[in-house]
Design a binder for this molecule. Structure first.
Ligand code: NAP
Ligand code: GFB
Length: 324
């Protein structure tokens, strides 16, 4: 048989391209040689198409004709925004995800990599959590809307494979942080919230308010490390089942320790107080990265203090334009 012609270079559409993870993938693609000869990488935001609208989604795909999709676009927020808006997290993400997957199917996209999250796993579980446990019980009540919407991506990926042989898969990042994050204190995640609050407390000479007891535990992945892993998944990972992208269980830190890293990185000298009237959310969601390690035993994560320092430096340098 004739040798199959060299595979055509990918044209990759990255939805959610202007967010925390999207900007990190763009940095790796544009600044670290993450792209290969002849490849096209297109990073889009809601200005290019509101992906909750099926027609706008179809228009974007007809205009861009991607061969591959990294699907990041979502309604995303920290514990406190999730607790306030579970219905919107469910509806908005269900519409976005169905539009992306159905349009990718109709347009014959070769591969889609979507995003779940380690916060969607069952709240009552054994540890460490692994990829086989996604549907083994209800998620934590604080973010059930987002969690169920994300779980449906896994269900839909399996259905597109079974019915049409579509190669739609997903990654399961743990808590992500880095430059271009959403530093809004009410809506954002813990690390950008603490960085923003410590920056203001330093300027105003007031105490840094950490919400909750500080005892919950998290595994944090630096956005640039996640970006490098994401590009590997797009190129090399061939399973439909999702894969956890996280630092090891041994790298889990408490919220208090994370706050101390921010204090050191910003040189904050003031008082740190814990507002225990605020919720703690999930105590822990310790995930195993054994599956990732079977594929990439030598991948090196950026040390947490260095990643926090780089994020703080970025925030201080970009304070005026950062999402806050
Ligand atoms: P982010 O910073 O909030 O960015 C969200 C992106 O999605 C933005 O580019 C936004 O565009 C786009 N978007 C939102 N609604 C849209 C709509 N209706 N139509 C088109 N685009 C829309 O989010 P992120 O932290 O980078 O998260 C990216 C992915 O990683 C998400 O799927 C999230 O669930 C997942 N994830 C995140 C974390 C984390 O800790 N951050 C952890 C696990 C998984 P605009 O800028 O135009 O609004
Ligand atoms: O990143 P975060 O908001 O979300 O972290 P989760 C919440 C934890 O940090 C709680 C404490 O224990 C909070 O009490 N915390 C302390 C703070 N200070 C702050 C602060 O200034 N801001 C915030 N936000 N928290 C999310 C899910 O869970 O994980 C989302 O709700 C998403 O759906 C995300 O998947 C990755 O890690 O608790």
């Amino acid at each position: 048989a004739r040798k199959c012609s060299r595979q055509k270079p990918m044209r990759v559409l990255v939805t959610g391209g202007t967010g925390l993870v999207g900007r990190a993938i763009e940095h790796v693609v544009r600044e670290e040689g993450g792209a290969r000869e002849g490849e096209e990488w297109i990073f889009v935001s809601s200005k290019d198409a509101n992906l909750m609208d099926a027609k706008e989604t179809r228009g974007l795909f007809e205009k861009r004709r991607p061969s591959h999709v990294i699907h990041l676009a979502a309604m995303v927020g920290g514990l406190f925004r999730n607790m306030r808006e579970n219905l919107d997290f469910w509806r908005n993400n269900i519409h976005i995800n169905d539009n992306i997957l159905q349009t990718a199917h109709e347009m014959g996209v070769a591969k889609v990599v979507s995003c779940l999250s380690t916060c969607i796993f069952p709240d009552k579980t054994t540890y460490p959590i692994d990829e086989t446990m996604i549907h083994n019980g209800p998620p934590h009540n604080s973010n059930f809307g987002y969690s169920y919407a994300k779980r449906m991506i896994d269900v839909q990926n399996r259905a597109y494979f079974q019915q049409y042989g579509r190669r739609f898969t997903a990654v399961i990042p743990t808590n992500v942080f880095g430059p271009h994050d959403n530093f809004n204190v009410a809506d954002g995640h813990v690390l950008p919230g603490l960085i923003h609050k410590a920056y203001v407390a330093h300027k105003e000479g007031t105490p840094l308010q950490v919400w909750g007891s500080g005892t919950p535990r998290r595994q944090f992945i630096y956005s640039l490390d996640l970006a490098r892993l994401f590009i590997w998944v797009l190129r090399e990972y061939d399973e439909i089942d999702p894969i956890i992208l996280s630092v090891g269980e041994e790298d889990e830190v408490s919220i208090k320790e994370a706050a101390e890293c921010v204090v050191d990185a910003l040189g904050f000298k003031g008082q740190v107080v814990f507002d225990t009237t605020k919720a703690d959310g999930q105590f822990k969601k310790t995930a195993s990265n054994a599956k990732l390690r079977r594929y990439l035993p030598d991948f090196k994560f950026t040390p947490f203090p260095q990643a926090v320092k780089e994020t703080c430096d970025w925030f201080v340098a970009n304070y005026k334009t950062a999402r806050k």
